[in-house]
Each structure stands twice: as structure tokens, then as C-alpha cells.
Design a protein around this ligand. Sequence first.
Ligand SMILES: Cc1cc2nc3c(=O)[nH]c(=O)nc-3n(C[C@H](O)[C@H](O)[C@H](O)COP(=O)(O)OP(=O)(O)OC[C@H]3O[C@@H](n4cnc5c(N)ncnc54)[C@H](O)[C@@H]3O)c2cc1C
Length: 649
Amino acid sequence: MKRFEGRNPHKRDAGGKRTITRRDFLNGIPITVGSTAVGGLLPELFATALADGRAPQDLPNYYPPSLTGLRGNHPGSFEAAHKVRDGDFGPLPRPGARAEANETYDLVVVGGGISGLAAAHFYRERHKDARILILDNHDDFGGHAKRNEFQLGGRLALMNGGTYEIDSPRPYSAVANGVLKTLTIDPVALTKKCTDRDFYHSLGLRRGIFLDKETFGADKLIVARDGSSWAQLLAQSPLSPAAQRDIARIEEEKIDYLPDLSSAEKKSRLSRVSYRDFLLNVAKADPGVIAFYQARTHGEWGVGIDAVSALDVWAFGLPGFQGLNLEPGSAPHMGYTAAGYADGGSYTFHFPDGNASIARLLVRHLIPESLPGNGAEDAVTAPLDYSRLDRPSSPVRIRLSSIVVRVRNVGDPKHAEAVDIAYTRGGKPSWVRGRSCVLACYNMMIPFLCPDLPEPQKAALHYPVKIPLIYASIALKNWTPFKSLGISQVYAPGSYFSSLSLNQVVDIGGYRSVRSPDEPILVHLTRTPVKPGLPERDQHRAGHFDILNTSFATFEQKIREQLSRILDHGGFDAGRDITAITVNRWPHGYAYEYNPLFDPDWPTGSEPHVIGRARHGRIAIANSDAGAAAYTDSAIDQAYRAVQELFAA
Ligand SMILES: Cc1cc2nc3c(=O)[nH]c(=O)nc-3n(C[C@H](O)[C@H](O)[C@H](O)COP(=O)(O)OP(=O)(O)OC[C@H]3O[C@@H](n4cnc5c(N)ncnc54)[C@H](O)[C@@H]3O)c2cc1C
């Protein structure tokens, strides 16, 4: 999935910080860095629209993908939900009291991510005239599958704000594959036709490793050169001779550290120790190597090597296992992701905006007039008309900036024939009624929305803690510093952002990636907030807090400083070269997949996600949380199951 490890006057300070005020206008919505009024829709825009009796999404030029600043869970998207969680929301109006006459639907979907959009699609497969309302708390649809859009040097530049690509540990199911077919997405053909994965390599660019002075004693960028050994690479680094020697050993030597065990016994042993403990206690490495490897697991697992099992990282090709002669393939006691990839994985394809393209294509399928064109390729550059999303004449409607705060069956759940759903938009609460409801939102939020769920189900829904992440998209005037340094991506184990990479090269439909280092480009940075040493779910709780308590100004300063320190010797000047910053916050990011180091081995069928997703009257539960798998295909499969449950009831 998330293989990114390994996104006026310019006045500079020492960290390359420049002061930028509102600078640029795109599609009528300011794109600017350094301003407090970025991220969510400008409050005044919201106020104007509501005073006008119109929803912001109906205003001309409403176009969230081009907003910069704090995106992802942007300001204004979550506060009411947190009030519900904390019991501070206050009284709700009586159901029906404010509902408009036409606010009754066959299905109301809570959550406009890929699962919610897919649920609407599956429902209409069973009931072709169904009227459906999808409510989402963000100012854009897609959930994690968000699009970051820029105009750089007069051309369109795209990056994924969240979901990176079609890629899953297991082959896509017939159901998920069927959705891709319906949307005319053929990942294998598209990869062949549109992707140039070797482009940067063909320019001689390689992966760099940045060691920072706070963690390693001195700032140093190490760049792999073809044919160079690890000993040569590390010779100029600030690492101690013992750490250098042991990293070279772990990377290159074939040593069987468990010679008396069979492959199955070794795998069992490795599944019960973290990679950190494997390095220290099994490979007997110098403690100085730990900081070097600590963040290698950030992008995939959302925690460091202290909290991922050695067996799971083996499946991803991390070093140290070359001499153990492990049989290929999955083994008991592996995590979902590692076990799946150990056995193969799905096809892959990266749209320039990641799986936001899937969300846009689903929206086109549900509301054809919102996105012109008719194929997966032309959709990439097609302009989406947000004012078409919530028209009374449309059988499917998507209502944005609408936070659902209460969901309840009308009457006894066993005999209920409708569900009332309360939501708030711009501070105004409303109720709608659905003959059924699919909750395609977050598991841990559901007990607060439906307090009358059975207690064991609520406890099960509370169990997972979603994985927090930051994906930042940075616009640069050019990428000549990368070219001069010979790098296209960097692993930075001790830094605030643990990885960065140049935008992937994909040409699709009318969209063209840049080829010349003199042209403007987008760079992706990933931050994974962690607390090494704590159990995984506690690390995520701390990371969630960290993300929501970091201001845009801090992110901006960290980005400028980190890029300056890494790219300095390539002639980079943050004040001159950075032209826009979008920080996609995902405090509730990847769905939680059980961790063999911390979670019990539940018998099949009694895992929290299975107990938690039980249908409750006319309310069914979708979302990737309900599959305990942080993948697009899981979001689709869970939508399918939830919809079939409603028709079976
Ligand atoms: C940074 C990142 C990168 C990823 N990369 C990949 C990848 O490369 N490949 C892959 O397959 N998967 C990837 N995933 C996982 C994948 O994005 C998800 O599994 C999938 O998109 C989840 O879709 P969903 O609809 O289930 O949930 P979401 O995308 O989370 O959508 C749920 C929606 O419901 C909304 N909601 C929640 N509560 C309420 C409420 N009370 N009222 C109204 N709306 C509400 C949420 O805000 C959200 O918009 C990634 C995830 C993240 C965070």
C-alpha cells in the first residue's frame, strides 16, 4: 500500500523559512502557505454560503483539491465529532423537527470514503432506483483517498493526499475487482501503459539516507552508488565503527543466527520478537545500529522497529535474514499485511492522485453529471463539478462538511423499518431518515453515534486505534538539487519526516509528469508520530494527539528546515524553491491490523472487528476498520458485505 519509505518578498531565516502571505489564487480559492485561513474552507466562505441559504459545495469555484495548508482532517472537519465523544455536543433537536420534506432516502451512508461510495454503488446494484444520501464530515469526498492538486509552471501537478495506490497484500476479491472493472480501471494494463518506474534511476538518481546531528552526531547525506559496499557507504558517516561494521554485516553477510532450528521453528521464534530485539539479541548487533533502522517500518506499519515483529519485516525484505534459510511464504502468527505480501500480494497501479481517482470514478458512476468523460484515463484531468453532488433531482447525493452525530433505528431494532440520522453542518443540526443506513465511518466513533448498541459490540468497536500519519505534498520550483545530489528519495531515520521522495512518474490521459530537473515538481514527505517502547495502540493514541496539536506553522518550519538540511549541498534554497505546502493530517489513518507482538490470537470469528461490525436493525457497518485491513479492497469488500446484510435482513 503505502510504500513511501523506502511527500512577494521572500525573507529567509536560518532554517530557510520565508514569510508568505496570501500569494496565489487558483480557481477562486486561495492557495497559500503560512496563513491561518488555509486547510478547511475559509470560514467567511462558509458563512457567506450559509447566510445565502446555500451549501458551500454549491458555490461557484468550490474546489477543495487545490486548497493548501492543513488538509486531510482539516480544521472544521472533526470538532463536532470530538464534542460528541466528550459528551459536550449538547441536546439534539427532535428527529424530523428540521427535516425537509424530501429528506427521506432508501439509504443514508455515513462516510464518503471509498467504502461509503462503494456501498452506494452496491445498494443501487440491488435496487436500481434507490435514492441515496452520503454524508461526510470533510469538505471533499474520498475519505483517505484525497487528491492534492497544484498548478505549477502553468501545468497541472497531482499528488495523493492519502491513499497512495492500488496495492494490497492479497489479490483483489472478485467483488473489489468487479468495482475496478465497472470503473474501467485495469491496473495491469495501466501500469504497462502509463508508469515509468525506472525514470529517476535512468537519470542516475538513487536512494539517499540522511543522518541528522541530533540523533547521529552530525548531519550527513549518504547516497548509494552502484557497486559500492556498505562499508564504503558508511565510512563517511558519523556512526561509530562498531555500528558501521554491524550494519554492513546485517545488510550483506549470510549468517544463520539460529542454526539449531528448522525454518518453521525460526519463523515461530521471529514472530515473537520485535525487529529491534532481533537485531540486538539474536544478531547481537551493536546498539548503535538501532537508530539507523528505527524508522524503516514507519511507512508500512505506522510504528518503529520496536513494535513490528522480526518475521513481519522479513516478509518485506528487511536485512539480517539472508543466512537463516527461511522457507518462502507466510507462517502462523504474522500480521495481515506481512502474511499477505509473503504470499504474493495484488496487482498495483498508482494514479497521479493515488486512489483519489477511484473515489472520483465512483462519484462519476453514481452522479454522472459531476465529472465529464467516460474512462479511467480521462478522469485524471477532468474537472469535478462539486455543485452537482447534492442536487435534489439526483438519485444519489453527496453532502459534504456534514458531521453525523447520532444514528438510531426508528423503534425496536428487531422490527425497525427506518433509521434516523442527525448531522450538523456549519453548526446547524438536521435530521434525515433512511430506510437503511450504512456506517462507513470509523469503528471507534460508532459507539458514540449509536449509544444503544449492545455493550460487547461497543467494546469491540472501541478496540482498534487507527494509525496516525502525515503525508505532506511540497511544490518546488525545480528539482536540480536532487539531480546534483544524485537522489530521488531519502530515508531519514532520526528526522521529523522519516522519508521523502520525488513525485512518481505517470503519464495518463492528458496528464504528463515532468521529466526535466528544471521544471517544477511535487515532493512527498511522510511523518509517522510514534512513542517507541509503548504497545502499538498506545503509540497511535499519542500520535493522534501529536498530530492534532501541531500547528501548520510548525509543520511548515519543520519542512523548510529538513529540506534545507538534506538538500543544502545541492544548492537548495527553501525560501526560493518551495512554492506551496499541503500537509495532509491523518490522525485516524490506516485501519488497525492486529499486531502479533501485542494482540491476543483470537479464534477466527471472535476478533473485535468481526464482533464490532454486526448489523444492528437497519444499520449495517462498512469501512476498512470492519475488515481490520488498511486497504482499498478491504473498504470495498466491507461495503459489499454491509449492503448484502441489509438486503438479507
Ligand atoms: C495515508 C494513507 C495512505 C494509504 N495508502 C493506501 C494505499 O496505498 N493502498 C491502499 O489500498 N490503501 C491505503 N490506505 C488505506 C485506505 O486508504 C483505506 O483502507 C481506505 O481508503 C479506507 O476507506 P474507507 O471508506 O473505509 O474509510 P475512510 O477513507 O476513512 O473514509 C471514511 C469517511 O467517513 C468519514 N466520517 C467519519 N466519521 C464521520 C461522521 N461522524 N460523520 C460523517 N462522516 C464521517 C471520515 O472522515 C471519512 O471521510 C492508506 C490510508 C492512509 C491513511
